[in-house]
Design a protein around this ligand. Structure first.
Ligand SMILES: Cc1cc2nc3c(=O)[nH]c(=O)nc-3n(C[C@H](O)[C@H](O)[C@H](O)COP(=O)(O)OP(=O)(O)OC[C@H]3O[C@@H](n4cnc5c(N)ncnc54)[C@H](O)[C@@H]3O)c2cc1C
Length: 389
């Protein structure tokens, strides 16, 4: 067992950070507030090969793993420039297509994702089904050499900047009254019959949120990923990378907040010549937050290592996401407190990240659904809700 990061990983961290620092949190906040996409930063990261680092080399990706993509996510958030679309486009969509796409589909979709010149959104959540993916109502019905999609998805990040959206749809139950069988479709975002309505949210990020309405949207058969009806199994393949990169993003936010808080606590003096960091009322909560962020980082590394080694990473990825979301949020909260009134000042670049840090407790998977998973899978406790049909 080796807990030391390799030279290559250290170099990757430094290289990502160097690019992100050129832009910094001020650029990110300005772009997010003005409706920009932080394109210049995205393009420079893409050009350096960081955004498709986990995707196959044969299609232009880095040929590395989720550990490396998690480094990219953490370092970006560590500079105050987190991208939600990294969780979606290379981590979920890229992983699923690389694993289940036919050679033609891989050749069609992966090169754009590998170079990050194209983005893919991901649509599973629905207004009525919520956390219960078994109740997905968006229907895909066969029509000639394809399918017709009808239904509604909501909180779909980055739909406006993506060329395609990977949609989880219901292709009918195997037997009367049985569970719906889900299938995955890569749908062009500009398809006829597909409309999007922006959802205003209190999160400052370059990615905007949308409700998607599918009104008889035609999707050719060659855009069905994997086997019809096996969508849920395929989605799970993408959800482990989703949780790991979500955790890495939260860890990065925690580190960003703690670095700012520690600097401020070392410099700010309000009782004579003693910096506020000398008071244990300031030092201890920051120390506790640091411990919690480092614990979360350790669990995130473990989850990524298990995944990249082809081992079952479900439990570790869920635990990492839980720990990181809680630790990142607590660190940001304490950093704001450490700054006193300045914690709310735009100039200090903390309070505007609150929405993003708070989001990670709810998405990509909610705190409660992780607790349900651990209660059932790790502790063998009975499931208290939605017994399988
Ligand atoms: C900014 C943002 C971006 C998002 N991006 C995407 C995206 O790109 N693609 C996408 O598909 N989705 C996306 N989502 C959706 C997100 O994944 C869901 O909001 C999240 O999974 C929770 O689902 P829900 O909102 O339907 O809550 P609900 O399922 O309605 O749950 C409401 C509350 O009840 C709790 N709860 C539900 N069931 C149980 C239970 N059995 N036991 C205990 N507690 C329970 C939940 O944890 C939650 O706290 C995004 C959401 C946001 C806010």
């Amino acid at each position: 067992m080796d807990f030391l990061e390799s030279e290559e990983h250290t170099l990757l961290r430094k290289s990502v950070r160097k690019v992100a620092e050129k832009y910094g949190h001020e650029y990110y906040a300005r772009e997010s507030q003005s409706g920009g996409k932080a394109d210049a930063l995205w393009k420079e990261l893409a050009g350096a090969g960081f955004l498709g680092i986990n995707l196959p080399e044969e299609h232009g990706g880095g040929g590395l793993g989720i550990y490396e993509l998690a480094i990219v996510c953490e370092e970006l958030a560590g500079v105050g420039t987190p991208f939600l679309l990294l969780i979606v486009s290379p981590a979920i969509c890229g992983t699923i297509i690389a694993r289940y796409g036919t050679p033609e589909q891989r050749a069609m979709f992966l090169p754009g994702l590998c170079t990050a010149s194209e983005k893919m959104a991901f649509a599973i959540t629905e207004p009525d089904a919520g956390s219960n993916s078994h109740d997905i109502a968006t229907k895909a019905t066969r029509d000639g050499d394809g399918f017709r999609l009808n239904g509604t998805k909501y909180f779909i990040s980055g739909h406006d900047e993506a060329e395609n959206v990977l949609v989880v749809a219901n292709t009918g139950a195997a037997k009367e009254g049985g569970r719906p069988r889900l299938s995955l479709f890569v749908v062009p975002t500009r398809s006829e019959g597909l409309t999007a309505a922006r959802i205003p949210v209190e999160i400052q990020s370059p990615e905007k949120q949308f409700t998607l309405f599918f009104d008889n949207v035609f999707v050719p058969h060659n855009r069905l990923i994997g086997e019809e009806g096996s969508g849920l199994k395929q989605v799970f393949t993408g959800l482990v990378p989703e949780r790991i990169t979500g955790a890495a993003l939260a860890n990065g936010l925690g580190l960003y907040a703690l670095a700012k808080a520690a600097r401020y606590a070392r410099e700010r003096k309000v009782w004579g010549d003693v910096p506020i960091g000398a008071h244990q009322g300031i030092a201890h909560p920051l120390a506790r937050a640091k411990i919690e962020v480092e614990q979360a980082r350790l669990m995130t590394s473990k989850a990524a290592w298990l995944y990249d080694n082809g081992l079952d990473a479900g439990e570790a990825a869920n635990m990492a996401k839980y720990a990181a979301a809680e630790a990142g949020l607590a660190a940001l909260d304490q950093a704001i407190q450490t700054h006193g009134g300045n914690g709310m000042a735009t100039e200090f670049g903390l309070a505007d990240l609150w929405g993003m840090a708070r989001l990670l407790r709810t998405a990509p998977v909610s705190r409660e659904m992780v607790l349900n998973y651990v209660a059932q899978h790790s502790l063998g406790l009975p499931r208290s809700y939605g017994e399988p049909r």
